[in-house]
Design a protein around this ligand. Structure first.
Ligand code: PHE
Length: 340
């Protein structure tokens, strides 16, 4: 019996050395301590021994049982510790690695240009007002002295929202002039930024774009005020000494009306592909507020006069930053936006 016990002890020891996973330790536990395990069957064999032998051999077997239990627990703990240490080693943080780049947000070029325009006009004492993007015919057209059959009302340019009671997406910011003059009596100096909508799209036109409207109404406002303000604005926005020129034009809501050009900001007037070799770039529409518009908001045109202008923000941004496709403003790709 003693020999068997010693043999079991030796075998266990060898197997324990070879077992290096929690699973293997568990099979050892079953093999030696389980219901049908080696030690259990040894204990059963005690029945055939004398009382004296039962006592001494039984004690030996129980001692072995305790030893095996302890050894298995120790080995199990050791395996777990080793696994944890390896895990820690693998998870080690290398503080010398370069950090991930943090992408910082930037203001969109349209926002930058809008901010700059607003800052320039605020210096001149203009306040800022915003009007609704959904207008009706009255604010977008009639109050601005558009005759009933004017081609600009054509479905071609204007997005109508309903047919019978026409609401529409404003085609320009000029309607905000009417909203402002309904609420404030002259003197009024205001610029009105906002989105406008036209059914038109190509490399230089987007169906949604941004305008800034300007309006000054007071006693004795003349064409020279308009010219001086626009000269100041364009020089501040582009560069000191930028020449401007005015060409006669037509808008229903201004009389006289002009188209304002600035000397090409790319070639400084020498002629290039941007200005189609003319040396000039058309930049905004302007004029003196038509007396009919003043009458529509109950301002007496014999006492008051004013000037108004409207400028496209994308156009200013394209010229300022040398951008060749208007779509870039709306795609919002990081490689584009990062540059500003
Ligand atoms: N509203 C005109 C346009 O969109 C621009 C303009 C504004 C012209 C004010 C004259 C005065 O083309």
């Amino acid at each position: 019996m003693i020999d068997i016990i010693n043999k079991i002890k030796d075998d266990f020891w060898t197997l324990l050395q070879e077992s290096n996973s929690p699973d293997k330790i568990d099979s050892l536990r079953v093999k030696y301590l389980g219901k049908k395990g080696d030690l259990t069957s040894l204990l059963k064999q005690l029945a055939s021994l004398s009382i004296e032998e039962k006592k001494s051999t039984g004690a030996l077997i129980n001692q072995l049982k305790d030893d095996i239990t302890l050894k298995l627990e120790e080995k199990f703990k050791y395996i777990e510790d080793q696994a944890f240490k390896t895990q820690l080693l693998n998870e080690k943080i290398d503080f010398t690695l370069p950090a991930n780049k943090i992408k910082k947000g930037k203001l969109h070029p349209i926002t930058l240009v809008n901010n700059e325009i607003q800052a320039i006009f605020q210096e001149l004492g203009f306040i800022i007002a915003e009007g609704p993007e959904v207008e009706n015919d009255y604010y977008n057209f009639s109050a601005l002295n558009f005759p009933a059959d004017h081609p600009a009302r054509d479905m071609h340019d204007t997005f109508y929202l309903d047919y019978h009671e026409p609401r529409l997406l404003r085609t320009h910011t000029s309607g905000t002039q009417i909203h402002v003059l309904e609420q404030f009596k002259p003197p009024v100096r205001v610029i009105m930024p906002g989105k406008v909508f036209r059914s038109d799209a190509d490399i230089s036109h987007s169906p949604v774009f941004h305008q800034v409207e300007g309006l000054y109404v007071d006693k004795n406002v003349s064409f020279s005020h308009l010219k001086a303000v626009l000269q100041y604005f364009l020089e501040s926005f582009f560069y000191k000494g930028a020449s401007i020129r005015m060409r006669p034009s037509f808008f229903p809501f201004t009389e006289p009306s002009v188209e304002v050009d600035v000397a090409c900001v790319i070639c400084k007037g020498k002629g290039c592909s941007m200005c189609k070799q003319s040396g000039w770039i058309e930049i905004l529409g302007a004029g003196l507020v038509d007396p009919n518009v003043l009458k529509n908001v109950n301002i007496d045109p014999d006492i008051y006069s004013g000037f108004a202008f409207g400028v496209g923000v994308e156009r200013l941004a394209i010229l300022k930053y040398g951008i060749n496709n208007i779509k870039l403003f709306y795609d919002n790709h990081n490689f584009f936006l990062e540059q500003f």
